[in-house]
Design a protein around this ligand. Structure first.
Ligand code: MOS
Length: 758
């Protein structure tokens, strides 16, 4: 690590926080650093002599670059170089690699690879200058001439050429084979509905811009500050693309200002910054603009068809769900869209299908609750439609078809407290007061409607390593190359370790965000607590045993014949359970061992033999009140109750924030968010925050989060699942259903903008 970099100390709890238990409400240990600006992000590291890179974005959707005129740009004061495919350095690995850990099947986009333009907004040149201002100005002076070819970015006009994707992606399951005979059952049932859904493109808009700062150390080592959801994925990628060994590259991401999936894959500013740094042998920072963040992946445009059929008492007889989504010409981006329809409601006849259409645009990208955000929306609006066809309460219909085992594969759930979510959510919301009819309540100029929906997401566990170090000064340092994208990783991991070792929280730090730390997976799929948390717990357990062994080695040790089960760790001490007055402080154990530190590491591998016997999921029940002004077409979501079952909740405060944040996004998705393409140019036109609308404070009213605890030791040794994505799932469906209840108007696409309401 260069001494030019003044890193913030690893965040630690405020003095006096004391002993806290997992499951309590604890403020973020990194909160102060974040609100005071001490926390530094990828674009906030600087070293003397660093160059600033600004990307020139292409303006055509398909074709070839004929030439790049850099003359004017290079004349500008402070401009050092303009790089492109024409003058990039030649590297053998550069031509063949470009893989990252989360790449879907296909051939990943390779910036500056050759003269081909594959999508609008593609990076075509990188201006490097002594100041950001000079680079920005020069970038506007670079002239690119193209040989333009016909492009097509229209999903709806190309549904006829949909194909079944290559299902090669970690965590992706193709839709299962048909169960029963869904079509026959559909036609035989007395009540059925059929509905088509459309979801437009959404773009990730984390507050923090994408940036990579590449620091070239005197010995040539690259220390890279990257905005990513995995320092090790970025490190691995840089090593592959540039043929650099592991010990020549360190990637760090100690703070990440939101990502929502956009940081799961390395984005193009990373290879461009590294390329420039290696070429010019200088430190380089490349920051993308907000507009450029609309050019590297998005939640895909998707069309869905759902058919449901039921007996008159509401018993589901048939579920059919098909989806067609878009991808690029180079990769098959897949997400689990329709499979949820085989996992939520008991049914004997289920048929699911999923296809892709490749278009002349960038590969879509995971965005919070990828797949479920669209798939569960279609299923849950369709269930609402069925409830009206049956003249049945929407919640009663869900309860009637409650699945005690996973319908698609007949596996038991590892745990499932969805019924309690329905009950507690409904009670908190006051659902029993809901009139069955639509347009039943008007207050002032607004119709008031109540809607609900079921949410579902996976309970994932991956593998991870963690280390735990007890120091002679009585502090504990735990580490893993995990990430905190704002989710509370620093806090929760410190809590897990502090509880295990019986230490006050302020004596424990959790280090993350560095590719040299013990291996951790990408922070994605709501899996970090179940994965990294379990590794931390494992490392601490090993450390407990080691400390016990050291304590036993002293002459006349009262712990001599004791086993781990005979002792407990509390107040910085190890003591006998039978006799709490017999104790030794952990610091003393380390000191008497003549050591500065005692370390243990632990590799947590999921017990997949056991896990695969179960369907492992998190669930929610979302209840929404919407107020609709039919004259203005304006919708206000005035009340949301989200009742969530996601295993043991490790920190109720940060977990509540996760769910509330997901609900905010759900409201935003329901009412505001859509990227509009002008297909003549094959380009997203509203690529900024003034025209790509996200919910603001005035759009958000009451949000109530309820946790129904589960203790799921199949998903993780902590009993925890995960709470990231579930907060978003089905919120937009519940909003849509509430709007129907208010107005009698069924809107089957998002966002539900005023012209659709009118
Ligand atoms: Mo999330 S889409 O798993 O970052």
């Amino acid at each position: 690590m260069t001494d030019l970099i003044q890193d913030l100390k690893t965040p630690v709890a405020e003095p006096g926080t004391g002993q806290v238990k997992t499951g309590s409400a604890v403020s973020r240990v990194d909160g102060r650093a974040k609100v005071t600006g001490d926390a530094r992000y990828a674009a906030e590291y600087a070293v003397p002599g660093m160059l600033y890179g600004v990307v020139v974005s292409g303006t055509i959707a398909k074709g070839r670059i004929l030439d790049i005129d850099t003359e004017e740009a290079l004349l500008l004061d402070g401009v050092v170089d303009v790089m492109s495919h024409l003058n990039r350095p030649k590297l053998r690995s550069f031509d063949i690699a470009y893989k990252d850990m989360t790449a879907p099947a296909g051939s990943p986009f390779r910036p500056f690879y050759d003269d081909r333009v594959l999508y609008s907004g593609q990076p075509v040149a990188l201006v490097l200058a002594e100041s950001f201002e000079a680079a920005r100005r020069a970038a506007a002076l670079v002239r690119v001439r193209y040989d333009e070819e016909d492009h097509d970015t229209r999903l709806l006009a190309n549904l006829g050429r949909a194909y079944t994707p290559r299902p090669l992606k970690a965590g992706y399951e193709s839709p299962p084979k048909e169960k029963g005979d869904a079509d026959k059952a559909y036609h035989a049932a007395p009540v059925n509905i059929e509905a088509e859904f459309y979801h437009g493109v959404e773009h990730h808009n984390p507050l923090e811009l994408f940036a990579s700062t590449v620091i070239v150390e005197p010995d040539g080592h690259l220390t890279i500050y990257d905005k990513t959801q995995s320092s090790q994925n970025s490190r691995w990628y840089v090593s592959h693309v540039f043929g650099l060994s592991k010990d020549k590259v360190t990637v760090r991401n100690p703070f990440v200002g939101g990502a929502f999936g956009s940081g799961l894959r390395p984005q193009y500013q990373l290879p461009l910054a590294v390329m420039a740094a290696l070429h010019l042998k200088r430190s380089v920072r490349v920051t993308l603009t907000r507009q450029q963040m609309f050019s590297f992946g998005h939640r895909p445009e998707t069309v869905q068809w759902v058919k449901l059929a039921a007996d008159r008492d509401g018993t589901l007889r048939s579920i059919q769900h098909e989806a067609i989504a878009e991808t690029s010409q180079i990769e098959d981006y897949v997400e689990v869209v329709v499979n949820w329809s085989g996992l939520v409601y008991a049914c004997e006849n289920i048929k699911l299908g999923y296809k892709l259409v490749s278009l002349d645009q960038y590969t879509p990208l995971d965005m919070r609750a990828p797949g479920a955000a669209h798939g569960m929306h279609a299923l849950e609006v369709a269930m609402d439609e069925l409830s009206y066809a049956l003249k049945m309460d929407p919640l009663a219909l869900r309860l009637k078809n409650y699945a005690e085992r996973s319908p698609a594969d007949d596996k038991p759930y590892s745990s499932k407290e969805l019924r309690a979510c329905y009950e507690r959510g409904a009670e908190k919301f006051g659902w029993s007061q809901r009139p069955l009819a639509t347009r039943a309540r008007k207050e002032g100029s607004e119709y008031v409607g109540w809607g609900m929906a079921t949410g579902a997401w996976d309970a994932l566990q991956m593998f991870a390593r963690a280390s735990a170090v007890m120091h002679a000064d009585g502090t504990l340092v735990v580490s893993s190359a995990a990430t905190d994208i704002g989710t509370g990783t620093y806090t929760v991991m410190a809590m897990i370790a502090a509880e295990a070792m019986g230490l006050p929280l302020e004596r424990v730090t959790f280090q993350l965000g560095d590719s040299t730390l013990p291996a951790a997976p990408i922070e994605g799929g709501s899996s970090h607590v179940a994965t990294v948390g379990s590794a931390v717990a494992g490392a601490c357990e090993k450390l407990q045993l080691t400390l016990l062994r050291y304590a036993q080695s002293a002459p006349d040790s009262p712990f001599r014949d004791k086993r781990l089960k005979d002792v407990e760790f509390a107040h910085g001490r190890m003591r006998l359970k039978q006799d709490p007055h017999t104790f030794i402080s952990l610091a003393t154990i380390v000191g008497r061992a003549g050591r500065e530190r005692i370390e243990e590491t632990y590799l947590m591998l999921p017990n997949s033999l056991k896990q695969r016997k179960f369907r492992r999921m998190v669930h929610s029940a979302v209840f929404v009140e919407a107020r609709v002004d039919e004259e203005l077409g304006v919708v206000r979501v005035t009340r949301v109750v989200s009742a969530v079952a996601a295993g043991r909740i490790m920190n109720t405060k940060t977990a509540t924030s996760q769910i509330a944040g997901g609900v905010v996004w759900g409201i935003s998705q329901a009412l505001h968010e859509e990227s509009h393409a002008d297909h003549r140019f094959g380009r997203f036109m509203n690529h900024n925050l003034s025209e790509y609308h996200v919910a603001v404070h005035a759009d958000i009213h009451d949000i109530d989060v309820v946790f129904v605890e589960e203790d799921d030791r199949i998903v993780s040794r902590l009993g925890a699942k995960g709470v990231g994505e579930i907060g978003l799932v089905s919120v937009a469906a519940a909003v849509s259903n509430a709007i129907y209840h208010a107005t009698g108007k069924r809107i089957r696409s998002t966002p539900i903008t005023p012209e659709k309401v009118l």
